[in-house]
Design a protein around this ligand. Structure first.
Ligand code: HEC
Ligand code: HEC
Length: 224
């Protein structure tokens, strides 16, 4: 919440000053395109119930906006906060923790994502079909063959914010480009389960089945 308030204050200051904004005036974005882009580029780091994403690197966006929404701040304010965050996010944190890359989306795409997030974050609406909840939570045998189609959904919702993978349409740059070389299902399972360096462990956020699925998916399409 503190971050939202800081962003709002910054806005007021900006508005009073040079008049330079990042090109947003009305909530004219396309929410459908915004949701697709959010899932591919932001969900790996942010939880947002409506998009069914469960990233934990950045703040939970439902939590971040819920209180301001209760306090009656309008949707157009939220659009501007998100739009500014996309342009002016902090890439290099003082703690060395992964930051948020600037301008992951630009132009109309950025307006679409901002309009989408502003329309759903913190509304407390039940998620529209969330990948995290559609996969039955039954333990999978380590190394068991996963379902690559289900794994693609897991990938775009949790990994694409950091990894480029052509088949999934994602272009994150925090982690290695997964098109560069083939990755075995075993390696993917190991990384996703244990994390490494700036990559978090997903052992708490993904089920064993989802990890098997995403491993099957990445190993079937990486390095192509
Ligand atoms: C690599 C991880 C990462 C990705 C990808 C990412 N973010 Fe972030 N995001 C963060 C982190 C870390 C913060 C908190 C630090 C900051 O404010 O810059 C943050 C903060 C935010 C905030 C402010 C939340 C608050 O509490 O005020 C918003 C809004 C946001 N991100 C939206 C987005 C959108 C939209 C995208 C996709 C275009 C995106 N993020 C992609 C990591 C990420
Ligand atoms: C916050 C960013 C982030 C997220 C989210 C993320 N990764 Fe990573 N990933 C990284 C980084 C950084 C590395 C490099 C780690 C190292 O070797 O130090 C990496 C490494 C990998 C590697 C090994 C690549 C290589 O060439 O060594 C694979 C495979 C991988 N990630 C898959 C995934 C999958 C699948 C997910 C989703 C479940 C995911 N990652 C989510 C940042 C991320």
């Amino acid at each position: 919440m503190a971050i939202v308030l800081v962003a709002l204050t910054a806005l007021v200051l900006l508005g009073a000053g040079c008049g330079e904004t990042v090109g947003y005036t009305e909530a004219t974005g396309d929410r459908t395109n915004g949701k697709e882009l959010f899932t591919a580029k932001c969900g790996g780091c942010h939880t947002l119930a409506d998009a069914g994403t469960t990233g934990t690197i950045g703040p939970n966006l439902d939590d971040a906006f819920a209180e301001s929404r209760r306090n009656g701040l309008g949707e157009s304010t939220f659009v501007q906060v998100v739009r500014d965050q996309i342009a002016y996010s902090i890439e290099e944190t003082s703690t060395g923790a992964p930051g948020m890359p600037q301008n992951l989306v630009t132009g109309q795409d950025a307006i679409d994502v901002s309009t989408y997030v502003a329309s759903v974050a913190g509304t407390g609406k039940a998620p529209s079909p969330a990948p995290a909840q559609t996969t039955p939570d039954k333990p999978a045998k380590p190394g068991a063959a996963g379902d690559a189609a289900a794994g693609k959904v897991v990938f775009t919702g949790n990994c694409g914010g950091c990894h480029t993978l052509a088949d999934a349409g994602t272009n994150g740059t925090i982690g290695p480009n997964l098109d560069d070389k083939p990755h075995s299902s075993e390696l993917v399972t190991e990384r996703v389960t244990n994390g490494k360096g700036a990559m978090p462990s997903f052992s708490e956020t993904l089920t064993a089945t989802q990890i098997a699925d995403v491993s099957a998916y990445v190993s079937s399409v990486s390095g192509k």
